[in-house]
Design a protein around this ligand. Structure first.
Ligand SMILES: [Zn+2]
Length: 294
């Protein structure tokens, strides 16, 4: 198992073997590609674009896919994923970062906001013309966008997902079987304020490993507010290292946060003894490697 990062700063950090950079954000900000890194592209969440043109938002009988719509429980503002002009904007951005020397592209938020979206006239008409039912049409719409994106990526190609192993297709149009044929790996974000309660991380990881037909990386939030939270995070990573994951990625704000985690693990002899005593061999390798650097 590799240890890696998801970060907002465009630089790799020593001791981390997979480095993912957020290059297009949910708030609409877009950045130049980060060289030699996996660049993570938010596709259809764009608060800025929707502020400038509210008609871009995905819609339903209960209103638009916006955070301020309390009839939906959404944490981002979603553009309708069949909007051809917005699709072109995303695909052109993916093309532009692939002219740089990047490791690859991870797609994020490339799907429908939830089951009742999108009922804009274009989506309703596209569904009718397809002859498919609502669920199958939505999955086909998402899968064909991913195919378009993949054709513009020269390196490693991966997708994130809403971490629902059971209802992904019905709710979001995410068809894991079809997507597995296109990606090098799946990136499962399991974000939390802390991992002092962590059974659900292990549970969802095992579910995803069972259903996804490609390698899996799991992302955990890497903010370390205090020693208790740092300890809980590092123990959770150790437990995950017993499963056959390609990697665990820690979401950090910047490179210094990542170094803090490594330093904390290296200096914590109690934690390192605990790893040895319980034979967490992959995690021991990771921390031993950190000890050479930090
Ligand atoms: Zn629509």
């Amino acid at each position: 198992m590799k240890i890696g990062l998801v970060t907002y700063s465009p630089e790799k950090v020593e001791g981390y073997e997979m480095n993912v950079y957020y290059s297009k954000w949910v708030d609409g900000q877009v950045f130049p590609a980060a060289k030699d890194m996996q660049n993570d592209v938010t596709c259809f969440c764009d608060a800025k674009a929707i502020r400038e043109d509210p008609s871009l938002a995905a819609t339903s009988k209960n209103g638009p896919a916006l955070r301020k719509n309390r009839k939906a429980n959404l944490v981002f503002d979603y553009v309708c994923p069949t909007n051809p002009a917005y699709q072109t904007k995303v695909l052109e951005y993916i093309e532009s970062i692939n002219k740089e020397d990047i490791r690859g592209v991870t797609l994020n938020l490339y799907h429908f906001p939830d089951q009742e979206f999108c009922t804009c006239p274009r989506c309703v008409e596209l569904c009718r013309l397809s002859g498919l039912n609502w669920t199958d049409w939505r999955a086909q719409a998402v899968t064909s966008f991913i195919k378009e994106a993949k054709s513009r990526v020269k390196g490693v190609f991966a997708v994130e997902m809403f971490p629902d192993p059971l209802m992904a297709k019905e709710r979001f149009g995410i068809d894991f079987e079809a997507i597995a044929e296109m990606v090098d790996y799946f990136h499962v974000p399991l974000s939390a304020r802390d991992y002092t309660t962590n059974y659900w991380v292990d549970l969802l990881t095992q579910d995803f490993l069972k259903i996804l037909k490609k390698p899996v990386v799991v992302e955990l939030s890497g903010e370390m507010i205090n020693d208790e939270k740092a300890e809980a995070l590092l123990k959770t990573v150790a437990y995950l290292s017993r499963h056959s994951l390609l990697g665990v990625l820690l979401l950090v704000h910047d490179s210094e946060n990542a170094r803090q985690i490594a330093r904390y693990a290296v200096k914590n002899s109690e934690y390192r003894d605990w790893l040895c005593k319980n034979d967490f061999k992959h995690m021991i390798r990771i921390v031993d490697n950190w000890a050479k650097l930090y």
